[in-house]
Write a protein that binds this ligand. Structure first.
Ligand code: GUN
Length: 285
């Protein structure tokens, strides 16, 4: 049976060290590292994520502020808020929760955030830096996945990693980080013929597709390490339930190690966000 990779425990360890770092920052500079979290609209999942992010940030000693804007917010109004946060010396990190309502241009919003305060690592400047292996703010979810992989496997050099999904938030930066760690990297996506055949060659399988329990036993090589990035709400036996992109019960007997949902990648993402805010704050002082 596979080892369950405990994201809750690992994230708590990471948050403890970040909280110490935040306290040192406050002693050195006389202010707390500041994080601004912006949510536009009423998306229920986004509301939960944003609440968790600000709660963990506050617990870790950050000065965390939530900006909740109505769905009908204009691009100009959102840009004005970002400009204000860009020039606020008490704000070191800015996160605009995605997805945005349809009338807003996500690309333009991301580009408006100062790259130095872009704790999501989504700004083209940070994306480019990651892609050429320069110091950058690294997207939180893939960063959390790498910590779990390194904790489970040690050195990743030479391993074959298959990433399922090619989003800008997870799939693409995940592939960059795995490549930087000297993995052989394959990305499979919705247009890949027989993706499970490629996935079955993977020592490391990262699922980031957003389809509940899509990855069954036929996708997994015996002894592989499986990272499940999916957070999907389904209804089963008349109850709402949170499941990943991986069919945990089917994969558990085959894999070496698997991340659960909930309690896997999710808490690591938040811990990395807080770590990024500290890195950004130190770089700005
Ligand atoms: N929506 C889903 N994941 C993320 C994330 O990591 N950052 C932001 N800003 N929005 C998201």
């Amino acid at each position: 049976m596979a080892t369950r990779i405990d994201g809750k425990k690992l994230s708590a360890e990471l948050l403890t060290s970040v909280a110490q770092n935040a306290a040192e920052f406050q002693r050195e500079f006389g202010l707390r590292p500041g994080l601004a979290v912006v949510l536009v609209g009423e998306d229920p999942a986004s509301q939960v994520y944003v609440r968790n992010k600000t709660a963990r940030a506050t617990e870790s000693g950050l000065n965390s502020t939530e900006y909740r804007l109505p769905t009908e917010t204009t691009q100009a109004a959102l840009n004005d808020l970002i400009e204000e946060l860009n020039s606020d010396p008490e704000v070191h990190g800015i996160l605009v929760q995605l997805p945005l309502p349809e009338h807003l241009d996500e690309e333009q919003v991301i580009a408006a955030i100062s790259p130095a305060k872009d704790v999501d690592g989504f700004h083209p400047e940070n994306v480019g830096a990651l892609s050429v292996g320069k110091d950058a703010l690294v997207p939180c979810t893939p960063q959390g996945c790498m910590i779990m992989l390194q904790q489970t496997l040690g050195n990743l050099s030479g391993k074959h990693a298959v990433v399922v999904g090619r989003s800008n938030i997870v799939g693409k930066p995940m592939a960059s980080l795995l490549l930087q760690a000297n993995c052989t990297v394959t990305i499979v996506h919705s247009r890949t013929p027989e993706p499970e055949k490629l996935a079955r060659q993977a020592d490391i399988l990262v699922a980031a597709v957003g389809i509940p329990e899509m990855i069954g036993s036929e996708w997994v090589k015996p002894g592989a390490t499986v990272i499940d990035v999916g957070i999907n709400v389904i209804e089963r036996d008349g109850k709402r339930k949170l499941v990943g992109d991986v069919d945990y019960a089917a994969v558990e007997p085959i894999a070496h190690a698997v991340t659960p949902v909930p309690g896997g990648v999710g808490p690591m993402t938040i811990a990395c966000l807080i770590k990024n805010t500290l890195l950004a704050a130190r770089a700005q002082q």
